[in-house]
Design a protein around this ligand. Sequence first.
Ligand SMILES: Nc1ncnc2c1ncn2[C@@H]1O[C@H](COP(=O)(O)OP(=O)(O)OP(=O)(O)O)[C@@H](O)[C@H]1O
Ligand SMILES: [Mg+2]
Length: 330
Amino acid sequence: MENKTINKIKNSNAGGKCIDLEDVKGIGPVLARKLREAGITSVRTLALMPPRELARITGLGESRAALLSASARSLLKMSLIPAKKYKELKASMSKLTTGCKALDRLLGGGLEPQVITEFVGPYGSGKTQLCHQLAVTAQLPKRSGGLEGAVIYIDTENMFSYERIEAIAKRFGLNPDTALENIFYTHAVNSDHQMKIVKEEAPTVIEEENVRLLIVDSLINHFRAEYLGRENLAVRQQKLNEHLHDLIRLAEAYNLVVVVTNHVIASPDMMFGPTEKPAGGHVVAHMCGYRIWIRRASGGKRKAMVIDSPKLPESECEFLITDQGIIDVT
Ligand SMILES: Nc1ncnc2c1ncn2[C@@H]1O[C@H](COP(=O)(O)OP(=O)(O)OP(=O)(O)O)[C@@H](O)[C@H]1O
Ligand SMILES: [Mg+2]
């Protein structure tokens, strides 16, 4: 068991290099301040931002935005590299343990940084419990499968429980107060608030507090409630797409593990009768790198199943929810 206070590493980024916005060709102190105020706090975020979006949020002309973005990419040497080098880069990135061996195995060794992992399932299946557990395991030392980092927890359903964090922290040998101090929590009250936190507040907190995991529980709640009916579906999907792109950009810029939860909806099937499918349609399906379906099983157990991944086989495992969090079935 580990009992370790996190050393907060200021301004660390994916490459571990400390390059400032002012190092980018064409950016002076005034423009750097403007970019930071717009939530573009690192060269990597600038490099990843589409020029159109950059122009929109900063008020710069599109061609100037394109030049800045290209300068940032060139500074970071974002060009074609041998796949062997890509493999080495990926191998150097730590995965995050779930604290449950069966789930880690299902996920190919834990949760991968730089992609979105989606946990989808009906009410009471254990999505929020899992988010709480990850908010603790992210703080563990690397030798215990953690990321030695802080966490941003965006709660759209008002279901966060500090009691659960305290209980899970104790199980993993962490000081419960320290565990809570390292979770930057907010209750997002509507979809606009949820999107603004990711766009405007998160980048600074990620940089200053060494955040390694960002959770949105749930991704879909406000979008479903606010954009009712077929006539609003296209706008909802557009907004959701923008939000997921913002999340991916953060994941890539800061080497974060990003976890979102999702609801299931009824899907009438002519052949098999009513079935269930993840909410959010193709947009969520395309943007989430790993999709894990959770459901209740017999004896209070839960089953987790990989339903979509570029490299994991469709497989299944079991786990239990206890007072100390998610554990293996023994
Ligand atoms: N302290 C505890 N000890 C044991 N089991 C618990 C504890 N707290 C919660 N649970 C279990 O977790 C379940 C709730 O799981 P959770 O809140 O993660 O569901 P969810 O998938 O997030 O659902 P929703 O879609 O409604 O948000 C409860 O039904 C209960 O079975
Ligand atoms: Mg929940």
